[in-house]
Design a protein around this ligand. Structure first.
Ligand code: LFR
Length: 457
């Protein structure tokens, strides 16, 4: 959690709280621990208050999270069904069923491809196993919407996070009737999508924060990360928000639709005010994190990471690459075993040690990023001159270099928590402290440390 200040055209920020967040299995399904998350949010807010300079007060709070996951609540806001994690296998059958003409119709209606974890498939499965929820639940709040409700008492469906559901009309700022009907989801579970940033009102229910304003920022972390990109105005920058996922995309006034876009898995998500951000969701550092877990003790401190990356740089470049988007790497019991079995299939040797796996994963992700760029270039007719990179992966020099080499364009890494910075930007804008996103980006770029990775041919 970040505490940010905007003063004299300058952003200062500091991390006030960080906590591990993991879904947990229970009787064959995976769930988020909602009370624990809320306790951590409150702890973070307390730390933020304690970190304020003398005489300063906390003006506002804004929440963004990963996409698709949601809470079904009743009128009083009480959850009526446990919150499943999107990697849960419950949607696999629905995912396989959605194809052919039905999938083409859904894609033309929503601009979102068939991802196994889409909210649409999750709600379809929820209602199939528990039809009574149709009556018991009265609202569906995406996770940031739910935290906004806890903070402000208001139940809203923010636009950017709504655009991760596969239920939004790709041509307007409204829900898609055909998509809701196809998945059998009650339309009254959602209110009109709320463009952001939007001032929800004073924080209620947390007496220690009574003077702060709850602001609905773009609730989707990827939308916030894109807002933080110090991009050239000419639209020649491709964005890469690199964390658990590698989100590769750009901004556009129009969606990318049609058979080729669907085949390429292009996901027409939205920014807070509704502009499109065509996206390819590549699996990201989840592959590396899970592999390091499988090896036992993942590096914790900076010097351990440095040592691992150094060893990985010296490991031989991989002759074959992983298919990082293959379903068997989505949520395997053991990532190392799953990677080994892909390699066996390709008749390629296993890496000798953890450094070798790190090299293989970074090289494979670099190629996936480059291939996403080429797909966008083919389908949009645009030419990208740089890749701007934020998120945890922007600190991984091996990944930045692998991306530049595979894409053949410079990667500019900002070593920035993009989502948190974009979240702050939206709060400053809603508070009237910053005139707009372009102003924020201009000022930000002056104060940023950037590393440029040039491609080697
Ligand atoms: C990144 C992200 C991606 C989304 C994935 C699942 O944190 O929000 O954009 O595809 O999580 O929700």
């Amino acid at each position: 959690m970040l505490l940010g200040t905007w003063e004299g055209h300058r952003l200062t920020h500091r991390e006030v709280h960080r906590f591990p967040n993991q879904f947990r299995p229970l009787a064959g399904h995976d769930y988020w621990n909602l009370p624990q998350l809320w306790a951590e949010v409150q702890a973070g807010l307390q730390h933020a208050l304690a970190a304020l300079p003398a005489g300063a007060r906390l003006a506002s709070v804004g929440v963004d999270t990963w996409g698709v996951d949601h809470v079904l609540v009743n009128d009083a806001g009480r959850p009526v069904f446990p919150v499943h994690a999107y990697r849960d296998a419950r949607t696999q059958a629905g995912h396989r069923r959605l194809r052919g003409a039905a999938l083409r119709r859904i894609y033309e209606a929503t601009g979102q491809p068939n991802l196994s974890y889409n909210t649409s498939l999750q709600l379809q499965e929820t209602l199939a196993v528990n039809p009574a929820l149709r009556r018991v639940a009265t609202r569906c709040l995406l996770l940031p919407d739910y935290f906004n409700f806890l903070l402000s008492g208001r139940m809203e469906n923010e636009l950017s996070i709504a655009s991760t559901t596969q239920l939004l009309d790709v041509h307007g700022l409204r829900w898609s009737r055909p998509a809701l009907a196809h998945f059998g989801i009650p339309a009254h579970w959602f209110s009109a999508p709320l463009p952001s940033p939007h001032r929800l009102g004073p924080v209620r229910g947390l007496p220690f924060l009574a003077h702060a304003l709850a602001i609905a920022v773009p609730g989707h972390d990827t939308a916030c990360a894109f807002d933080a990109m110090p991009a050239y105005a000419d639209g020649t920058d491709l964005y890469l928000s690199s964390g658990t996922w590698s989100l590769v995309g750009f901004e556009s006034d129009t969606p990318l639709l049609g058979a080729a876009a669907l085949r390429a898995g292009i996901n027409n998500e939205r920014l807070g005010r509704g502009r499109y951000r065509p996206l390819i969701n590549c699996p990201g550092l989840w592959l590396l994190d899970q592999t390091l877990q499988a090896f036992g003790r993942p590096p914790a401190a900076d010097d351990e990471w440095n040592a691992l990356l150094l060893a990985a740089e010296q490991a031989p470049a991989s002759d074959v690459l992983l298919d990082v988007a293959a379903p068997d790497l989505f949520h395997p019991a053991d990532m190392r075993v799953a990677i080994d079995s892909q390699l066996k299939h390709l008749r390629a040797p296993r890496p000798r040690n953890v450094a070798g796996y790190t090299r293989l994963i970074c090289d494979s992700l670099g190629h996936a990023h480059a291939s996403a760029m080429r797909t966008f270039e083919q389908l949009s007719g645009q030419k990208f001159r740089h890749i701007l990179m934020v998120g945890a992966g922007s600190r991984n020099r091996l990944l930045c270099k692998a991306t530049a080499d595979a894409a053949g364009v410079p990667v500019i890494s900002f070593q920035l928590e993009g989502s948190a910075i974009g979240n702050l930007a939206n709060q400053f804008i809603a508070l009237g402290a910053v005139a707009g996103r372009h102003v924020f980006r201009q000022e930000l770029v002056h104060n940023l440390r950037q590393t440029v990775y040039l491609p080697c041919f």
